[in-house]
Design a protein around this ligand. Sequence first.
Ligand SMILES: [Zn+2]
Length: 175
Amino acid sequence: MTEPNIESLTEAEATPATTVGAESTAAPKAAPTPLPLAGLRGRCPRCETGSLFEGWVGFAPRCRACGLALDGFNVGDGPAAFLILILGAFVTALALFLQLAAHPPFWVHILLWVPLTTVLVILSLRASKAALLILEYRHQAREGRIAGQGSGVGRQSGGRQSGGRQSGDGGGRAS
Ligand SMILES: [Zn+2]
């Protein structure tokens, strides 16, 4: 007698729970794309359909799909400086290795490393700039703003717990 009852209970509980879950996942996005993949794609962090870029490595002023303003984000030159060091060391190591291993004529080096460096710089600069912008969007990092009303709300809720009425608190206990 108890077993079918339990089964019917769990089924009845399960159906509203799943519908509630489906509703609640619609409001906040459940699982965002992993950052390296999102950076390689270079898509808008809000709608994930429009491209971030206009041209080779420049950001578009706003997303063409959802209209998210992209010029408000400030990625800066951080990725470029970082990539110069990494890619410079990488390509130099490759060139040294080829020179020592095969002793090719100099024009081989020019034909190999100039296009390779260009392609690597453009691809990695796009990916890293997109990744930084997506990070800024996800953490809502913007230029500094003064938070005016934020602390007042916290004080109000704290005061209610201890006192109840602001004016009657001190007077009532004294009399
Ligand atoms: Zn968008």
